[in-house]
Ligand binder design. Sequence first.
Ligand code: PEP
Length: 255
Amino acid sequence: MDKARKLLIAGNWKMNKTVAEALDLVRGLQIEVGLVKEVDIVICPPFTALSEVSKAVLDSKSIRLGAQDLSQHNFGAYTGEVCAGMLKEFSVRYVVLGHSERRQFQKETDALINAKAKTALAASLKPIICVGETLAEREANITEKIVDTQVTGCLAGLTKEQMDEVVIAYEPVWAIGTGKTATSAQAQEVHAFIRQRVAALFDETVAKRARILYGGSVKPSNTRELMSQPDVDGALVGGASLEIRSFSDIVKNSI
Ligand code: PEP
């Protein structure tokens, strides 16, 4: 697929996989897509598997490591939290921030996600910042208002140079883990809107370079159609990233 920006396919394993299971998955992915150069591949195991998975992808030509969250603080008395420096020990390059599950269950706000993004960037970690509306918000016709507020809040105070390291993931909450995918036209519409907002907040050059991923029930069968949209620059994959076959087929179908 000939696109303006290099596609990025990221797998969010969420709270799944023991270390042994994680190793089985990553070894299978190495065999299937370990030599892919056309797209960037990122896998985001749970914190507990980062150490072993990082060893498994150390020499990988294509697979990079991501984490699912980090603390906005760099050290100290924050029980249960994990900081950027700890992730860097395992060669983590990306970090998912503001996933809708964290917004919902941990009550994360745009201000907190913004603080985490700044901490990540200061440590040379690339944030994958998630935004997206709920079903009620879509039905109330306020998708753009919601996404605009999230994008503006999460990117506040970042420099144009920092924006080169930022990935945005549009994940309509109603499409996450539900089997309901946004149509490619629905995805394209919001992606184009996000790019327009990035241009307004920064400039056209920043907006043209920004990678905007789609997330929400991405599977091998809908990958081609979604990735063919001009403003869709990859996918953030949940459920389908947990199996070697489905995730590697998503990667292959995006090329
Ligand atoms: C996600 O949680 O980021 C996600 C997109 O999940 P799924 O692919 O399972 O809908």
